[in-house]
Ligand binder design. Sequence first.
Ligand SMILES: *Cc1c(COP(=O)(O)O)cnc(C)c1O
Length: 354
Amino acid sequence: MSHYQGIIDRYRAFLPIEKNDSIITLYEGNTPLHESHNLRLAINPELNIFLKFEGLNPTGSFKDRGMTMAVTQAYNAGSRKIICASTGNTSASAAAYAANCGMIAYVLIPEGKIALGKMSQAMRYGAKIIQIRGNFDQALSMVCDIAKEESDISLVNSVNPFRIQGQKTASYEIIDELGFAPDYHALPVGNAGNITAYWLGYQEYFEKRISQSLPKMLGFQASGSAPIVRGHVVKNPETIATAIRIGNPASWKQAEAARDTSGGVINEVTDAEIMQAYDMLASLEGVFCEPASAASVAGIIKLNAQGYFAAGANIVCTLTGNGLKDPDSAMQSIATPITVDAEMDAVRRALEGK
Ligand SMILES: *Cc1c(COP(=O)(O)O)cnc(C)c1O
């Protein structure tokens, strides 16, 4: 078959996959690299801003890139049970890949802090969901202990190195499409697996001389949950961007290494800045991402205002998840549609704003 068959098939030579492994795929990856125009004009016409829209993966977030690798590895090692802690998207992705190969997915989530779309996905895909009265960091620590004690259950959080391997393919796709590495790569930082993975992917293509340069990595945390920016664990992280509501990132050191070796920055953006970028992406560009995803663009706006970028810079922002995941955030602070009688006069008056 020659049609697109997912990231493992496409990038097999760069991934730790055995020849005879059965590949568990939902045809993830191959997501659009959207060249922004109205958004770029609004931010700074001298910049080239590309949006890697990971919300168009099969379960609506970049987590699918890591999950095809983690579940393929677990499945071929004979495991039939996976477990993860999640702010939402990991659980939806784990549940989908588990369903696809007849595995059981157990997920621990913080009660009441999961966007509606993510919760409904995990339930429909048939995951065994346990809500805890606590936050993501507590959930992660518990699933790590469970996976250590129960040898037949595989952990599929991003501390699983196969997740990072899968997620690095987003950098490959960007270079394969642009023909070069961008000058800057911006993305939201939660548990910090993704910034680690992108940096790995960029370095590998550079070492293999597929690209001639490396981007500076720009990571953005929400102000209410910005442990790397503050330099200490945040006990009770808070932000509207629930996907990055994490106070003690598992890949903290790797994120700092990506920042320092690339010469980039890890900075913070407020919930108001996140929601402004979220709104601009949808209304100026027609790209609907979830709030956490917009932290990348909010960060670019912030750095641009400080004069950080030189004219002509090529910037890629990862939009990590789909806006449809979080209808509650979407409906916040927005005018509700007006209702009129089903009569032409009434509709005409409404069109004219009367
Ligand atoms: C998981 C997730 C993040 C955070 O990624 P990390 O690898 O944990 O830093 C950001 N945005 C969305 C939509 C996510 O699902």
